[in-house]
Design a binder for this molecule. Structure first.
Ligand SMILES: Cc1ncc(COP(=O)(O)O)c(C=O)c1O
Length: 383
């Protein structure tokens, strides 16, 4: 390994949401950022900007869009031209903007639950009705689509479907067939697809990320796709995401819906995004090997040592979705592990329906930290 992902770096005192919101005895394994430094090429590019020392307005070249389009072509077999790519300060801002651009208050938005928490706020933000279709667990515990439920959740006023693929929190990477079924239903019902693919670079062997917009020309016309270097290269604080909108009319609609309120990205975010996509590939290859080993470690540990807790291996993401419903925990499992293990996890209930009794653990960290967290959880369960 050229890059050292075992290196433990003190994050307390660095204004980290993950670490600095808790007392020192708490080991944070929650929010989706990793405890690894970003690739050296990114740090070098940022250091050069800092050394230059003048932080004026950046200019509007298409270097960023070009870097994204090259990355997407190479990694996701998707040809998009730079003008089809909009830079955004964040995916969450982006999908709220898109929902507000393509709907009118009183119309409907369709989600699959459990869902990434901010998905559950989009309807209220845009004055929409929320329509929900549950993902269900197959016999092996892996989440699958319930297409009948999906279709029957659609109402005449449903205008947009928010897809999350790879799926947070379940870690599913949907297959071509699954995506085709969803897209077909959306096409049939005149529903736009807002596809959050922020975890698309973090997929494990045996699975392959397929941008839903690549299924056909027809599907690409109704789809807005979000991708970002933020999860892949651990840059969430720099605020640089991208929306890919091949349909020109739809792109203009989104662009014109900001009402002057969105500034697309900042100079550091832009610098980091370009460096990451241009020079981060070898780092990402090693990161994926490390994360895969962490995934295996977590899976074996949960299976053998966390009595009553169930986990299926995520096919993508660095997030483990732990089913604690049969672990004899009184009350909320997130609170239990906070109090008795001093480990901070995401509460399953934050992910809406289907999340009660679950916690989400982030294994994007050095192995020693992961081991410590799991051992603390084991001890708490044994007490
Ligand atoms: C599915 C999903 N979308 C969006 C985000 C956040 O993206 P951003 O920081 O660009 O708003 C996350 C972060 O965890 C996520 O998991």
């Amino acid at each position: 390994m050229k890059f050292n992902f075992d290196k433990e770096i003190e994050r307390r005192g660095s204004n980290s949401a993950k670490w600095d919101n808790f007392s020192e005895d708490i080991l944070p394994m929650w929010v989706a950022d990793m405890d690894f430094q970003s690739p050296p090429a990114v740090r070098e590019a940022l250091a050069n900007s800092v050394d230059h020392g003048i932080f004026g307005y950046p200019c509007d070249t298409d270097e960023g869009q070009l870097a994204v389009s090259n990355w997407v072509r190479k990694h996701h077999r998707w040809q998009v031209s730079p003008e089809q790519i909009m830079l955004m300060p964040s995916v969450v801002i982006g999908f709220n903007l898109v929902a507000q651009a393509v709907t009118k208050p009183g119309e409907g938005i369709l989600l699959q639950t459990p869902a990434y928490g901010p998905f559950l706020e989009v309807a209220a933000n845009a004055g929409l009705e929320q329509h929900e279709a549950k993902l269900i667990q197959g016999e092996d515990g892996q989440y699958i689509l319930d297409l009948e439920a999906f279709e029957s959740a659609i109402k005449p006023n449903t205008k947009i479907f928010m897809l999350c693929n790879p799926h947070n929190p379940t870690g599913r990477v949907f297959t071509k067939e699954e995506l085709e079924s969803l897209a077909e239903i959306c096409l049939k019902n005149g529903i736009y697809i807002c596809s959050d693919e922020v975890h698309s670079d973090l997929v494990y062997p045996g699975n392959s990320h397929i941008p839903i917009a690549t299924l056909s020309e027809e599907v690409s016309k109704i789809t807005i796709t979000f991708m970002a270097a933020s999860k892949t290269f651990n840059l969430a604080g720099l605020k640089a995401a991208t929306a890919i909108i091949p349909n020109e009319e739809l792109r203009e609609l989104v662009q014109n819906s900001t009402h002057g309120l969105v500034s697309w990205t900042n100079a550091f975010g832009y610098t980091a995004l370009v460096a990451a996509y241009q020079k981060g590939e070898s780092w990402l290859k090693e990161l994926l090997l490390y994360l895969e080993a962490n995934r295996e470690y977590t899976y074996e540990f949960v299976k053998n040592r966390l009595a009553g807790i169930k986990m299926t291996k995520p096919q993508g993401t660095y997030l483990a979705w732990l089913d604690c419903r049969e672990a004899n925990i009184e009350g909320n499992p997130k609170e239990f592990f906070h109090q008795h293990a001093k480990v901070e996890l995401n509460d399953g209930e934050w992910f809406g329906n289907g999340g009660k009794g679950f916690v989400r653990l982030n294994f994007g960290c050095p192995r020693a930290q992961l081991k410590e967290a799991l051992e603390r959880m084991e001890k708490a369960l044994k007490k």
